[in-house]
Ligand binder design. Structure first.
Ligand code: DX5
Ligand code: ZN
Length: 224
């Protein structure tokens, strides 16, 4: 399998210094840099928390060359998601639970020039979405309830990762499997074993004083 991807989540970064916080996980003497920067957009309706939206994403796009992975935890994603792709976000992921028409939202993101991601909460089964995953570039499996950083990893969601990995490996599907929530030095190995391609990590990267070193640790542990 290709090298694991690491996507630090700026949810746990200092919001008054986002450009510097993103630069801190970029190329350094301990790590060649991260693959994506994960940006959590929350609207206080789909989840009980409020973070940032388009204006901050537009500023981040000017501040870094690292591809942005926008995770939209919002209601009515069809109304908002394509604009993130249009602005230049590399990957735009929205929640399956937030719309009746995930296919259209995914197609609109792709038409706007982005990669399209579908996210599912820990309690959401994979089966109803298996047939539509060909419309997506990324499947984001949440391993905590969306809304907050620093929560405990839920290993039971790895059954969904194993199931989708089997389909991908049998050639049925081309899709990046991303995991989000509670990923740290003590949980990343079991997630990697289950077949995750891309690991989001917020508090494990930004919780200490050397984010680049934490990224390097996670990458080493995730490399099988
Ligand atoms: C939670 C967000 C995550 C969050 C993860 O709803 O989607 O991206 O930043 O934080 P950690 O890695 O601390 O669990
Ligand atoms: Zn996220």
């Amino acid at each position: 399998r290709p090298a694991p991807m690491i996507a630090p989540s700026i949810l746990s970064a200092d919001f008054a210094n986002l450009a510097a916080e993103v630069a801190a996980v970029g190329p350094s003497d301990v790590d060649p840099g991260v693959d994506w920067v994960h940006v959590d957009v929350m609207d206080n309706h789909f989840v009980p928390n409020l973070t940032l939206g388009m204006p901050v994403v537009e500023s981040l796009l000017k501040a870094t060359d690292i591809p942005l992975d926008c995770h939209l935890m919002i209601e009515d994603p069809g109304r908002w998601a394509p604009a993130y792709a249009e602005a230049g976000a590399y990957n735009v992921t929205f929640h399956a639970e937030a719309t009746d028409d995930p296919i259209s939202v995914g197609r609109d993101i792709r038409a706007a020039g982005g990669k399209a991601g579908l996210a599912i909460k820990p309690g959401t089964p994979l089966e109803p979405y298996l047939e539509i995953l060909r419309e997506f570039d990324t499947l984001l499996v949440m391993s905590v309830e969306p809304g907050f950083g620093g929560q405990k990893f839920m290993p039971e969601v790895l059954d969904k990762v194993r199931a989708i990995r089997t389909k991908i490996d049998s050639g049925d599907l081309r899709l990046l499997v991303e995991i989000d929530g509670g990923i740290s030095a003590s949980t990343i190995e079991e997630a990697a074993e289950a077949g995750v391609d891309c690991f989001v990590a917020g508090s494990a990267v930004y919780g200490g004083d050397d984010p680049a070193a934490r990224v390097a640790d996670l990458r080493r542990l995730a490399t099988q």
